[in-house]
Ligand binder design. Structure first.
Ligand code: ADP
Ligand code: MG
Length: 222
């Protein structure tokens, strides 16, 4: 599904990422962790196609991507309602959503516990509520590749746990490939997921189980 070969990304003289090589199979879940400014968002942007690598080759076999960018939690001045943001996530834009689309939206709003906000203006929402709306937007059209850049950063801790369970459910039901950048990798993740530790290059790529060992050896403090 995803293949990176010798990928480098530079901003002028600054090399944000170098020698990035990895392969991810269809249907996998990958959690990307690493210090601030280590290139996680940059990596994800190359996945989405927002950034071109300076060198190397990226191959992606996805029909449809869902993307939740980082830093949407800053107070937006966009005069949009929750409804409009979610509608904009559908592949086909109609003047009026179909009955099926309405039901789907309703289902997701309930799952995210924000049904009461459907007609609310985005500006009236808390950061966490906005994040949930954008999450629904990324999910609503059933992408086969779902890319989430710190989706839980603005969520309250109680919803965070739920979020991981939700991610599992989505993965099981929809068989999506999921790439998830996070600051708070918890034991709530599934044992069979993959973890990547990025610090300008890939310092670790493997199972969650093996990641524990890597962490305990303190490699990333070196
Ligand atoms: P992370 O998501 O891991 O916190 P980023 O990928 O956002 O890190 O950033 C990695 C590094 O690249 C940082 O030092 C950041 O300042 C730099 N960077 C990111 N985007 C740009 C850009 N468009 N122009 C110049 N430097 C950038
Ligand atoms: Mg980032």
């Amino acid at each position: 599904m995803i293949d990176y070969q010798n990928v480098n990304v530079s901003f002028g003289k600054f090399q944000a990422l170098y020698d990035v090589n990895f392969h991810l199979q269809k249907g996998s879940v990958l959690h990307i962790v690493g210090p601030n400014g280590s290139g996680k968002t940059t990596l994800v942007k190359t996945l989405v196609g927002l950034l071109k690598p300076s060198n190397g080759m990226i191959t992606i076999n996805a029909e449809h991507m869902g993307y939740l960018p980082q830093k949407l939690n800053s107070k937006t001045n966009m005069p949009m309602t929750v409804r409009e943001v979610i509608y904009s996530g559908f592949r086909k834009q109609r003047i009026k959503p179909t009955k099926e689309e309405c039901e789907l939206i309703q289902k997701w709003l309930e799952r995210m516990e924000i049904s009461h906000l459907f007609t609310e203006s985005m500006t009236h929402l808390s950061g966490g509520q906005q994040q949930r709306v954008y999450l629904i937007r990324a999910l609503i059209s059933k992408p086969d590749l779902l890319i989430l850049d710190e989706p839980t950063s603005a969520l309250d801790p109680s919803f965070r746990e739920k979020f991981y369970l939700l991610l599992d459910e989505i993965h099981e039901q929809e068989k999506m490939t999921i790439v998830h950048v996070t600051h708070d990798l918890t034991d709530a993740v599934k044992e069979n997921c993959y973890v990547m530790y990025v610090d300008q290059t890939i310092k670790f790529f493997g199972t969650y189980h093996d990641f524990h060992e890597f962490e305990h050896k303190g490699h990333h403090h070196a």
